[in-house]
Design a protein around this ligand. Structure first.
Ligand code: CUA
Length: 361
């Protein structure tokens, strides 16, 4: 291959790959679990309907334009026996008016349904009795409060199948953005503002969400999950979350308090009185599937890893172990030089904390 032809082959290869991906899209399967093009709610379906319409219109335009281009390139290519340049066309009023009008019509065809969809999403929820959840974005976790149930949880939402959920989205520190790609459009979480957003989950299962507004060093580690369960299971979940934890767990509370954890985390109650503590509510943390805002599976090993060295799991996490813990047998030296890096708690203390949190169910 000559040096002159190499860029043409590269360009053609990229073009073909993009074209295949583009044409593949409507026939694909939801391989990507955080994908907007496989919607599961009324809200997400409406967005996708606009997206699909734009896709099909632009696909037809693409095929027509590229077809004409390829035809012209082939049909009128130089054959080596030309005596002079071919006849030139300067101006063609009918053509120019035609493609200008066609473009205006196409834009209108896409503009009107887009506006209708925006109006639909910004409007009130479609049912009169939605489940309300107050969402608060924090660096770097999500706090969820169910006002009707007077219940606080973090990073994991449980909702009943078939009932519209109305979220009131806000933040306490910087701007975050609340997004479950398969369930609904994103909504910015802005300090000092509360913005509504709703969707009606109809499919049972666990779905993933993600903060989608850059909010600091651990923005990418600010994930969340939503579990869509049958209505009866939702009622049982609420009852479980409201019930006191095992009284035997009280034995571990002393360590939890003495280690400074209670400065930011609550384990004894999860009602409105403990909203907006510095850290996530941990009253029923053992019932959650993930810890550290969707980063780690909720296992004793991962809890230990997280408590031992939060900065390692989530850079700049605002989970620091007090300097007073940097004494006593078994305390690594490194933490005493910088209490924000490394394990400041003796291993045995971490084990006691893990055992305590494992009883929070
Ligand atoms: Cu919170 Cu990005």
């Amino acid at each position: 291959m000559s040096d002159k032809r190499a860029p043409i082959f590269g360009f053609t290869a990229v073009f073909l790959i993009l074209a295949i991906l583009w044409i593949w899209y409507p026939f694909g399967t939801p391989l990507l679990f955080q994908s907007t093009i496989f919607p599961l709610t009324d809200n997400a379906e409406r967005t996708q309907s606009v997206y699909a319409m734009v896709y099909w219109i632009t696909l037809v335009i693409f095929l027509v334009v590229e077809g004409l281009l390829l035809y012209t390139l082939f049909r009128f290519r130089a054959r080596g026996d030309e005596k002079a340049p071919p006849a030139q066309t300067h101006g063609h009023t009918a053509l120019e008016v035609g493609w200008t009008l066609a473009t205006v019509v196409l834009v209108l065809v896409m503009y009107v349904p887009s506006c209708a969809a925006i109006r639909y999403h910004q409007g009130p929820p479609p049912t009169p009795n939605p489940l309300v959840i107050d969402v608060t974005g924090r660096q770097w976790f999500w706090e969820f409060y169910y006002p009707d149930q007077d219940l606080t949880t973090a990073n994991e939402i449980v909702v009943p199948q078939g009932r519209t959920v109305l979220f009131h989205v806000s933040a306490t520190d910087v701007i975050h953005s609340f997004w479950f790609p398969r369930l609904g459009g994103k909504r910015d979480a802005v300090p000092g503002r509360t913005q509504p957003m709703w969707f009606t989950p109809t499919e049972l299962g666990d779905f993933h969400g993600q903060c989608t507004e850059y909010c600091g060093s651990s923005h990418a580690l600010m994930k969340m999950d939503i579990k869509v369960v049958p209505a009866a299971d939702f009622d049982a979940w609420v009852a479980q979350q409201k019930a006191p934890s095992d009284p035997a767990a009280m034995a571990g509370f002393g360590v939890f308090a003495a280690s400074g954890c209670i400065a930011c985390h609550m384990t004894m109650q999860n009602d409105k009185t403990v909203l907006h503590m510095n850290g996530p509510n941990l009253m029923k943390v053992a019932t959650r599937g993930k810890i550290a805002a969707g980063i780690l599976d909720n296992t004793p090993e991962n809890l230990k890893l997280w408590i031992s060295n939060p900065q390692h799991v989530k850079p700049d996490a605002k989970m620091n172990v007090p300097a007073m813990q940097c004494t006593g047998p078994g305390t690594p030296d490194a933490c005493c030089r910088d209490v924000q890096i490394g394990n400041c708690l003796p291993d045995a203390t971490v084990d006691q904390l893990v055992a305590y949190l494992e009883m929070m169910k």
